[in-house]
Design a protein around this ligand. Structure first.
Ligand SMILES: C[S@@+](CC[C@H](N)C(=O)[O-])C[C@H]1O[C@@H](n2cnc3c(N)ncnc32)[C@H](O)[C@@H]1O
Length: 220
């Protein structure tokens, strides 16, 4: 899969897949979107000492980095599992400019996030443990009722509609604890109907700059 580095409107880099005409993040701002959708509307909803997060589509590692920084700030222990079917190559992740735009010393953290082995849990900082699995979500076997949060960061339904289907969303539902939730940038109508069909309670939330809405889905 050919990947190209691009610059988004907040000055942060992202990745573009020409054959899909799809980007890894919003063109309005990669960091801006990740912070809004996954940190502010996701992680920050929780006030508990231990949180287990599942990320669908680990990609550049941006969501993992922001979450690791947040774990330190909040002194919240985070056990983070990220899965990725097509890991980004070193020359791409080394060229991303995230650590120069995020406050604080996070160069070493970002390097560790990428350098640790796949398939094994690794301590990224005092509060944050990361396990990366190189696997398709369709093949990943979840422990039931084990996650507090799902960061659902797949490519959009236009290019990978199968990842927004009842079958895959049902896996997310089963993997979440009661009261747990899924957050995503996507607000497509069919996707929200699929979430409801699976049993989620669906809420529309204001999206990041440049996008009217995003979705929160709670397992009640
Ligand atoms: C929108 S991008 C993820 C962005 C990522 N969270 C980041 O911050 O860079 C979607 C990711 O899902 C991955 N992906 C595509 N199909 C997948 C599948 N079937 N299972 C798991 N990951 C998949 C892609 O390779 C890509 O890295």
């Amino acid at each position: 899969m050919k990947r190209e580095l691009i610059l988004t409107e907040d000055g942060s880099s992202s990745v573009y897949i020409p054959e899909m005409d799809e980007t890894y993040h919003s063109r309005h701002g990669a960091i801006q979107e990740a912070r809004h959708v996954f940190i502010e509307q996701g992680l920050r909803r929780l006030d508990q000492p231990y949180v287990k997060i599942f990320e669908m589509g680990f990609g550049t590692g941006l969501n993992a980095l922001l979450s690791a920084i947040e774990a330190e700030k909040l002194t919240m222990n985070i056990d983070y599992v990220g899965i990725e079917a097509f890991p980004v190559e070193k020359k791409i992740y080394n060229a991303l400019n995230y650590t120069s735009l995020i406050d604080g010393e996070c160069d070493a953290m970002f390097a560790t996030i990428h350098n640790v082995d796949w398939e094994f849990p690794a301590k990224i900082n005092e509060y944050f443990t990361l396990t990366k699995h190189a696997v398709k979500v369709e093949d990943y076997v979840f422990e039931k009722e084990s996650f507090d949060v799902v960061y659902y960061d797949a490519f959009g339904p236009r290019v990978q509609s199968e990842l927004w289907s009842v079958d895959v969303l049902n896996k997310m539902y089963e993997a979440l604890k009661q009261g747990g939730f899924l957050v995503t940038y996507c607000a497509q109508g069919q996707f929200k109907r699929n979430l409801k069909a699976v049993g989620f309670e669906v809420q529309r939330l204001p999206g990041p700059p440049g996008k009217r809405e995003m979705t929160l889905a709670v397992k009640c």
